[in-house]
Design a protein around this ligand. Structure first.
Ligand code: HPA
Ligand code: ZN
Length: 340
């Protein structure tokens, strides 16, 4: 790959639409929080943590992800976690982020909903404000738990509704189809939340249909498996449903065997609003620029492909149209300057 493309990616204004804050917990912070909260973690050193990050499927990762998040105890922990992520993002010219958190991953172990949401929200507002990074917050339901627990979480969220833009669905996909959560997504829609769901990462194409038809999502997280079904691809393109694709996550979780097999270029050629995101950057070995770089390198993406990907990030966001237009103009200005 030319040095030119690398330089282009680094300066390109980007949006991230698929990021689990708990998955941005770097090993150094894991030790720091474990120390200050007196929590035992099953690792002796940062090296040992990094060595444990070898996965052959989604569940391998989730087991370690839920262990890692045990160190998050206080509002300050959630604030510091979010602030650290935002600083990284700003250094990479990512201008807008729509981030997930997993409230049940915290309430299930005795940390209150309020503690997590307040810490995250304050950091998004204060640190994001200082750095010039705009944001939206999305709470995900854990699909390995039952729907009643998701409904209780939606009720917990009510006093904090002004802090939360949308609801999502994550965790172990196989055996937990979107249909399991039809009722709670209906309630969330009535309450005015935007809706997203992980579907078609490991799960079959039927799960993507269910997310669209039963949950009535505004955006699909991952969705790679739609490429098995040309009719579905045509529908997703026609309905302008954005896909939040996570290339390094796909590689680490063996959704693709090799980055050169990644469907990203085919998705763009099919007219899908495909976007590049980092998912759980601390666990999968890279933030936004690494995801852009490794995809561009493996698939030989052109400057025009990269511009389209960056534009898709804003077009697929939950920003207002005038805000989207402002960011698209920033991309245009960047491209004009880069070419001059
Ligand atoms: N898939 C499902 N659940 C998750 C993921 C993911 O990639 N990351 C964090 N929770
Ligand atoms: Zn995810």
């Amino acid at each position: 790959m030319s040095a030119n493309i690398e330089k282009f990616i680094i300066g390109l204004p980007k949006a991230e639409l698929h990021l689990h804050l708990e998955g941005s917990l770097e090993p150094e912070q894991m030790f720091e929080f474990a120390g200050r909260n007196k929590i035992d973690i099953p690792f002796k050193s940062i090296d040992e943590v990094k060595k444990a990050y070898e996965f052959s499927q989604l569940q391998d990762f989730l087991d370690i992800y839920y262990t890692g998040m045990n160190v998050l105890q206080t509002e300050q922990d959630f604030y510091d976690l979010t602030a650290n992520y935002l600083r990284k993002v700003a250094s990479e010219n990512t201008k807008h982020v729509e981030v997930f958190f997993d409230p049940q991953g915290h309430t299930e172990r005795g940390v209150e909903f309020k503690t997590a949401v307040t810490g995250i929200h304050n950091a998004l507002r204060e640190v994001g404000g200082e750095l010039g990074v705009t944001s939206k917050l999305i709470m995900c339901f854990l699909r390995h738990l039952d729907e009643a627990s998701a409904v209780a979480t939606l009720e917990d969220a009510a006093p904090f509704k002004h802090m939360i833009m949308g609801v999502g669905l994550d965790s172990s996909e196989l055996g937990h189809p979107p249909s399991k959560f039809e009722r709670v997504f209906g309630l969330a829609k009535e309450q005015g939340y935007k809706l997203v769901a992980h579907a078609g990462e490991e799960g079959p194409v039927e799960y993507i249909y269910e997310a669209l038809d039963l949950l009535r999502v505004d955006r699909i997280d991952h969705g790679n498996r739609c490429m098995d079904d040309p009719k579905l691809v045509a529908r997703i393109a026609e309905e302008k449903i954005a896909l939040t694709i996570c290339p390094l996550s796909n590689l680490k979780l063996c959704v693709v065997d090799d980055m050169s097999d990644h469907p990203m270029k085919k998705m763009l050629d099919a007219g899908l609003i495909a976007t590049i995101n980092s998912d759980d950057p601390s666990y999968f070995g890279g933030y936004m620029n690494d995801n852009y770089l490794s995809t561009a390198k493996a698939l030989g993406l052109s400057i025009d492909d990269l511009i389209q990907l960056a534009r898709n990030g804003f077009i697929g966001s939950f920003l207002e149209q005038d805000e989207i237009d402002g960011y698209l103009a920033q991309i245009d200005d960047y491209v004009a300057e880069f070419n001059s």
